[in-house]
Design a protein around this ligand. Structure first.
Ligand code: PEP
Ligand code: MN
Length: 339
């Protein structure tokens, strides 16, 4: 939409019309009381390249179409995207996927015990980081490839597909070998080179929202994965930075129904990183189910006091089954059953 300045002359309006028509877009001139607006319907890239802002009499150019293309429910798809991870349904509106496990893989005993506990409690997938993005370079960065191998062992024993973070393109082969779902962490949402490689691994991708990223930016990041021909992408609201410091981040629950309106991709919620406090994890999980999330990714530990990472937000493994039942009851109110 080109908005002309109040004093724009008829000749200036005609000049804009002529320039637009030279690219083959459909042009609609709408005279108003004070200003004239000129609608251009067609390829936004070509209109953008016309430099209309610089033309005499033009006040501003307002893009109407969405900047995200493939993730948009407007253009690419109308039906919600639904896919399976080893038989577990993600998206589509009838199921609720519970992804649970430790923040980070610590050792064999811990990983296997947690995998059994979350499977018995009703989890659809096991989460666990082998490569951890840490705020301080001196903090525990994960076990690396041996951690991936422990996750693979846990999958072999429990049958749970594994969700793990892809941090560095150098790890692509190891991640492709061991992950069932490739997680892109909040800190890497705008690491576009990593997103393109993730899109090429042939695995479903769990894309977390950046700490200070808008939903428009999240959907444009999803476009990076989708454009590689990978349609199996789920988005994750994990809390954003706001002025509020009482919780670790601020869980933007409004993001869930907003995303449901604007994208066909499944949306899950991470109440653990959003709150940083296990006491808030269940109420936020129930709320996520109530606003229509397609699932939850939640941190669980046998002994959170001894956890190497994110202990204060980890649910006790012994509480997981009760937690899962309460969340499942809220998902059921939305017509969803555990995936
Ligand atoms: C995680 O899931 O362990 C993690 C690091 O989350 P985020 O990228 O959302 O901080
Ligand atoms: Mn964590």
């Amino acid at each position: 939409m080109v908005v002309m300045a109040p004093g724009a002359t008829g000749a200036q309006i005609e000049a804009v019309r002529a320039r637009l028509e030279s690219t083959g877009v459909h042009v609609l001139v709408m005279p108003g009381e004070l200003t004239t607006a000129i609608g251009a319907i067609g390829d936004p890239e070509r209109v953008g390249a016309l430099n209309l802002e610089g033309m005499a009499g033009v006040d501003r150019v307002v893009p109407i179409s969405r900047p995200y293309k493939l993730a948009s429910s407007e253009l690419a798809h109308h039906e919600p995207t639904r896919f399976t991870v080893d038989g577990r349904v993600v998206g589509g509106g009838e199921t609720f996927a519970l992804i649970a496990g430790p923040c980070t893989v610590e050792d064999r005993e811990q990983t296997l015990a947690l995998a059994r506990a979350v499977r018995d409690g009703g989890a659809a997938m096991l989460r666990g980081g082998a490569f951890k993005p840490r705020t301080s370079p001196f903090a525990f960065k994960g076990l690396g490839v041996p951690g991936l191998e422990l996750l693979a062992e846990a999958r072999a024993e429990t049958g749970l597909p594994v969700v793990t973070e892809f941090l560095d393109t150098q790890h692509a082969d190891a991640i492709a070998e061991h992950a069932d779902v490739v997680q892109i962490g909040a800190r890497n949402m705008q690491n576009y080179a990593l997103l393109e490689v993730a899109g090429k691994l042939g695995k479903p991708v769990l894309l977390k929202r950046g700490l200070s990223s808008s939903l428009d930016e999240l959907l444009q990041a999803a476009d990076y994965v989708l454009k590689e021909g990978n349609e199996r992408v789920m988005l994750c609201e994990r809390g954003i930075r706001t002025f509020e410091t009482a919780t670790r981040f601020t869980l933007d629950l409004g993001a869930v129904p907003w995303l449901k309106l604007h994208t066909h991709l499944p949306v899950i919620v991470d109440p653990s990183h959003a709150s940083g406090d296990r006491r808030l994890v269940e109420p936020l999980s129930r709320a996520a189910a109530a606003v229509g999330a397609d699932g939850i990714i939640v941190e669980v530990h046998e002994d959170p006091d001894e956890a190497l990472c994110d202990g204060p937000q980890a649910l006790y493994a012994r509480d997981f089954a009760g937690y899962a039942a309460n969340v499942a009851a809220h998902a059921a109110l939305m017509g969803r059953s555990l995936a």
